[in-house]
Design a binder for this molecule. Sequence first.
Ligand SMILES: NC(=O)c1ccc[n+]([C@@H]2O[C@H](COP(=O)([O-])OP(=O)(O)OC[C@H]3O[C@@H](n4cnc5c(N)ncnc54)[C@H](O)[C@@H]3O)[C@@H](O)[C@H]2O)c1
Ligand SMILES: O=C/C=C/C=C(\O)C(=O)O
Length: 478
Amino acid sequence: MKQVLHFIDGEFVPSEDGRTFDNINPATGERIGTVAEGGRAEIDRAVRAARRAFRTWGRTTAQERAAILHRIANLIEENLEELALLETQDTGKPLTLSKSLDIPRSAYNFRFFADFVKGLSTETFEMEGVALNYALRRPVGVAGLISPWNLPLFLLTWKVAPCLAAGNTCVIKPAELTPMTATKLAEICKQAGLPDGVLNVVHGFGPDAAGQFLTEHEDVDLISLTGETTTGKAVMRSAANTLKRLSFELGGKNPNIVFADCDFEDAIATTVRSSFVNQGEVCLCGSRIYVERPLYDKFVAALVDRARQLKVGDPLDAATDVGSLISEEHLARVDGFVRRAVEEGGRVLVGGRRPEHLKAGAFYEPTVIVDVDETCEITQQEVFGPVVTVQPFDTEEEVVRLANNTHYGLSATLWTSNLKRAHRIAGELEAGVIWVNTWFLRDLRTPFGGMKQSGIGREGGVHSFEFFTELKNVCIKL
Ligand SMILES: NC(=O)c1ccc[n+]([C@@H]2O[C@H](COP(=O)([O-])OP(=O)(O)OC[C@H]3O[C@@H](n4cnc5c(N)ncnc54)[C@H](O)[C@@H]3O)[C@@H](O)[C@H]2O)c1
Ligand SMILES: O=C/C=C/C=C(\O)C(=O)O
């Protein structure tokens, strides 16, 4: 039984009042540990430590910080097996995925921003004969970093790495359902020589708890959140009094648009992945599939056939494609969406239930629903599970209108061999990230984030540093 503690000012500590909550492995339903439940006292202590550490960390050079970040990346790689297992025990995702995606990308997040910060530049504007302006980039201060449970270490390090590379210090509030890899990261950071107080981890819940206390704290300068759209709204409200700088990566209801002239095999194989990888618990999953009518029947038949072939089961089994959902509560939520879709006239062609032989864990079969339209809840709300809808379309104008007809605007995928059309539609889609003939292909220099209610701001490359640094303009009269 593991005891997961906070990490404050370089020490692993329990909560002052001794409160804990249970950590459950969703694939087995077993209690695998207890987690310290932080409150105001722990957030206060962590913020004080981060503020103190900022006075020196904020004055280190980019080279010094980059060297430590590279050491952290090395240690993540050296601890890959252990980190992958912790991630799988917390989430129920296949161990093969933790090993091939979550943990390697976490190490790469550190490497990428360590290298990027060394080449970071600022602007110079000359007023000929009058003055010279140049900008200085400085860290902002203490950051609150709040992360979700679906790609726990991957999405946490996507914030921590640029935050530290820029010279800020941080207090992390990991998702309550997935506390283990954030804690192991703290251990790794200490081992890599990161000074005490630069990175702190406080476990606990969101509303009226550690998460909210962090967003309200008067000595926290910025908040970076990845989570649900409703959480973004709550955080914006509680951060308003202290006017914090905010970066939000929120939910998605992403269209996957398939034209009849696509490379069929590529489109179908990638669509299976973009629908069901990580149990569909990826903010970028293409949960609304639109297929041009001449291809519709063939595409739906192939998708259903391949969804049926996916092996749902033990995350530790190398043959498993789809693991367990994050929790029983989330499974009930996902199933509720499917039930209501059926009440609204939807037809479940495959899935739509728990597998008979896997009742101990929160397993759900990959699910394909047809005969729904844009008025249905299932095509408007984020399900965040292995559930997709498929609808036919006839014209480009129609599919662009359907694709844009939600409050979300995170990502979109387009399948066509007509590049003129791809450029045209990419220009029209209301999404921050658009993939043509591919999905989830990531170049970390590019802007990443959502339009509309899918987020505020962009992460990646210089965009992460725009958030995590202050620019000061110096104007010198000549
Ligand atoms: N856009 C992206 O890049 C991206 C990436 C991954 C996940 N997501 C989204 O995240 C959601 C799934 O993750 P989740 O269920 O962990 O999200 P969530 O919003 O429930 O929780 C995210 C984090 O916010 C904290 N939190 C919740 N309420 C809070 C409050 N009032 N104040 C402060 N903190 C609070 C939680 O404790 C957790 O650490 C989905 O909507 C998904 O689309 C988005
Ligand atoms: O679940 C959401 C996935 C987000 C992915 C990234 O933030 C990324 O690839 O940088």
